[in-house]
Design a binder for this molecule. Structure first.
Ligand SMILES: NC(=O)C1=CN([C@@H]2O[C@H](COP(=O)(O)OP(=O)(O)OC[C@H]3O[C@@H](n4cnc5c(N)ncnc54)[C@H](OP(=O)(O)O)[C@@H]3O)[C@@H](O)[C@H]2O)C=CC1
Ligand SMILES: CC(C)(CO)C(=O)C(=O)O
Length: 328
């Protein structure tokens, strides 16, 4: 085999989109780690990708729920949800070749956040409770990834995609590196618009302006982005959560106002209503939610800097309660 060994770890909505594109483009050496009925369907019938513009099916020659059977991988595209990351730390660490790289395509504050920051700091207890990711995978092998790409598994083996994908990839230390550039080129070659970021933390905050209000309110109300945006009270609640995220980011040294305003991000989310927001998908499927990386860690940062977050302080315990009931 020529070229890097590439593994998509946690092929659900986003990971299946990425896997489908890589396999469709004929990129060699692609393996998929998934589980349950979706894995069984991909093995039996392949993976179907559907959007308003196209539909295709690809065979998935290497698909498993046991990553230990795979050879060491040069690139691991991690598309697990945040609560699934700490339990997968050992498997991820073993799967990665010693000089391999893992790109974490994730909403919210990622587990590696403090790596390389001037002010220091180690693992974040809300996101990496036993520091398993920090110790075993190691932040030096991690790249950050921001996903602007709505996707949903609508039946085993079938992923649907709303329009307008963009993947942003960057080194935690903000540098331009061959490995980050290589990933951007790989995604682009496979038909996934991708950008190299030299300020991935700001890009993460900007995406959080969409997800911190949108995902929890979708999970609580089960309304589409369009319906939430059309409801003045919910729209105002969303704006206030986004405002508290922006205030927290500013207190940490990230000024988001020069990039975007909250109304723009609400409009962006409202236009992408073909699929349901990922946290609503979690609630409907009875899965753990990403509440800590979307709101819990923002509140923790805000408290460290004495930033008031009155709306997050109300919404977060409700979501934590919902999360607890889903985990039973
Ligand atoms: N979906 C979307 O439209 C978007 C999602 N995002 C973000 O992207 C990230 C990925 O989200 P998304 O793709 O929606 O998540 P999904 O839940 O759809 O996909 C994750 C997949 O990983 C599987 N999984 C979990 N643990 C393991 C394991 N140990 N071994 C093998 N498979 C495992 C899950 O299986 P099971 O279902 O059985 O738990 C699931 O199929 C999240 O941070 C999300 O917020 C960002 C933009 C848009
Ligand atoms: C695409 C978007 C903004 C909403 O679907 C999202 O990020 C998510 O579902 O988590």
């Amino acid at each position: 085999m020529t070229g890097p060994r590439i593994c998509i770890f946690g092929a659900g909505a986003v990971g299946s989109h990425v896997a489908a594109r890589l396999l469709r483009a004929g990129i060699p050496g692609v393996a998929v780690v998934a589980r349950g009925p979706h894995l069984a369907a991909m093995r039996e019938r392949g993976l179907t990708f559907r959007s308003s513009r196209e539909e295709f099916r690809v065979a998935v020659p290497v698909a498993t729920d046991d990553p230990s059977i795979l050879p060491p991988q040069d690139i691991v595209v991690v598309t697990l949800k945040a609560p699934a990351l700490p339990p997968a730390a050992g498997a991820l660490a073993r799967l990665l070749a010693p000089d391999g790289v893992a790109v974490f395509l994730l909403n919210g504050i990622p587990w590696w956040w403090n790596y390389g920051l001037r002010e220091g700091g180690g693992p974040l207890p809300l996101l990496d409770p036993d520091a398993a990711l920090w110790r075993q995978v190691g932040p030096a092998r991690a790249l950050g990834g921001v996903v602007m790409s709505p996707n949903e598994i609508v039946e085993p083996g079938v992923v649907i995609h709303g329009a307008h994908s963009r993947f942003t990839i960057g080194e935690p230390d903000g540098g331009d590196s061959p490995r980050a550039r290589g990933l951007v080129e790989l995604f682009t070659a496979a038909g996934m618009p991708a950008l190299l970021s030299t300020d991935i933390r700001t890009d993460i905050w900007l995406k959080l302006l969409v997800n911190a209000p949108g995902n929890p309110l979708a999970a609580l109300t089960r309304l589409s982005a369009k319906d939430r945006a059309a409801d003045p009270e919910l729209a105002e609640l969303g704006r206030r959560i986004a405002g508290e995220v922006a205030d927290t980011a500013r207190a940490l040294g990230y000024d988001l106002t020069q990039h975007v305003d909250a109304d723009d991000t609400m409009r962006w989310a409202a236009t992408r209503s073909e699929t349901r927001p990922s946290m609503l998908q979690d609630v409907l499927h009875g899965r753990a939610t990403e509440i800590e990386c979307l709101l819990g860690q923002v509140q923790a940062f805000a408290r460290e800097r004495s930033v008031p977050t009155p709306v997050i302080d109300i919404v977060l315990p409700i979501l934590r309660g919902l999360d607890r009931s889903l985990r039973r």
